[in-house]
Every structure is written in structure tokens, then in C-alpha cells.
Ligand binder design. Sequence first.
Ligand SMILES: NC(=O)c1ccc[n+]([C@@H]2O[C@H](COP(=O)([O-])OP(=O)(O)OC[C@H]3O[C@@H](n4cnc5c(N)ncnc54)[C@H](OP(=O)(O)O)[C@@H]3O)[C@@H](O)[C@H]2O)c1
Length: 230
Amino acid sequence: MKRALVIGSGGTIGGSLSKLLRQKHQVLTISRQNSGIAPDFNSEYCDSSLANISEEIKQEGSLDLIICCVGVLHNELLLPEKRLAQLSGQKLVEYFKINTIIPALCLKEFAPLLHRKNNSQFVFLSAMVGSITDNALGGWYGYRSSKAALNMMVKTASIELARTHKTTCLAVIHPGTTRGPLSRPFAGGVSSDKYYSPEQSAKRILSVAESLTPELSGSFINWDGNQIPW
Ligand SMILES: NC(=O)c1ccc[n+]([C@@H]2O[C@H](COP(=O)([O-])OP(=O)(O)OC[C@H]3O[C@@H](n4cnc5c(N)ncnc54)[C@H](OP(=O)(O)O)[C@@H]3O)[C@@H](O)[C@H]2O)c1
């Protein structure tokens, strides 16, 4: 049986992905809020917490698939900025900590656990608005920039890992606008046929992730499997 790890399994998409994966994988989960392995994301940079979790998982063998769902658009502190005048150092640090730094440290600690003989995948949920090329609307400075930085982390790591993990694919995926607390306050202008259920999104993300081969490592991919320009 294949082994999968979902990071951020307490969220809307992470929860649906974990449920779906359990139908045919052995699933490990990391979450601050459900029954998964609990990380200490509150420690300043959480490096040692993730290193300890990685060591724990390693004892039981390698992983075939890792999906990192960690991300934030708004919370008690954050609201996407509409104008430059709304930028705040404290809020930008929070965006980059959750959207870039935590996923990058997960990449560092968990990539070495990926299977080196069979095809394996490590995918990160990014966002279309993290595409610099696609940015025609502006706004959402912190979210856009921290997702663009995540994209660069994954692209850069894909070049390094290609040397040691020849059967691995690292990629960032845009899940599509998905019903849940993250998108709800901004879903007013989204037509109902483009506002997907978490189950629909999970099914499509998993289908894209499992189809990824090492040649596609370092790609930015839409939920329908098409490539997104950086
Ligand atoms: N929903 C959409 O329409 C949409 C569109 C484009 C991209 N995305 C991206 O897809 C991913 C999942 O979205 P979602 O709708 O499932 O969002 P969600 O329900 O808000 O889930 C957010 C996830 O981020 C983690 N998280 C949040 N705050 C954190 C913090 N302070 N420290 C550590 N982890 C934290 C949560 O992990 P715990 O399990 O620990 O709670 C959870 O997995 C995100 O990266 C999001 O940017 C979503």
C-alpha cells in the first residue's frame, strides 16, 4: 500500500484530500487541530518541530506522495490589501510565514523521505494569483507575493532534487476556487459553476498529483492539469 502525507489536514481542502486518500493509501496527517501529528508552528521558525516529525515518520519507511495544503488568505490579523497604503510589516511577515516559510521548511524536512525508486510526488497548494505573468488586477500584495515566493522555493528545490531524487516530481498546484472559509468572503463575484466543492477539488488535485512524472518537476499546474505561466 502506498504511503501519503497530508500537511494541513485540518483545513477545507486538506481534510477532503485526507479522506479521499484513505480509500487507497496509508495516510499520515500533520495538523494543528485534528488527530494528526501536531506541529509547533507557533515557535518562532518551527524548524525543530518539523525536523522531529520528519524523524518520527522516517522510522516507518518512505513516502510516495506528500501534499502541503498550508496557506492563509485572511485570519484574525490578515485581510488582503487593496492598496499599497494598507501594507503592514507585521501582516506581511505573517503572510510569508504561513504561505512561504512553513511550506519551505516542510520541503526541507520531508523531501528526503520521498521514495527514490518508485515515482513519488511532493505537491504544494499555491494559487493562480501567485502567478506574476497572470497578475492583471493588482491588490492582495501579501497573499500574491508569498505564493509567488512559495512557487520560487519549489522551482528551485526541483532543480536540486533532480540530482538525487530522479523519480520525484515537485510541483505547485492551483486548486481552483473552492467553497470554504478561506474563499467565502471573496466569492461574491465567482459564478457558481466556477466555485467548486472541497470534494470536487480534492478529487482533481489528487488526479493531477498522481499523474505527475519527474519530467514535470518544477511546474506550476492548474487543477485541470494545464500548466500556469510563472
Ligand atoms: N479555497 C480556495 O478557493 C483556494 C484557492 C486558491 C488556493 N488555495 C490554497 O489552497 C490551500 C488550502 O486552502 P483551503 O481552502 O483548504 O484553506 P483553509 O480551510 O483555510 O485551510 C488552511 C490550511 O492552512 C493551514 N494553516 C492556516 N493557518 C496556519 C498557521 N497560522 N500556521 C500553520 N498552518 C496554518 C491549516 O492547517 P491546520 O490543519 O493546521 O489547521 C490548513 O491546512 C491554501 O494554501 C490556499 O492558499 C485555496
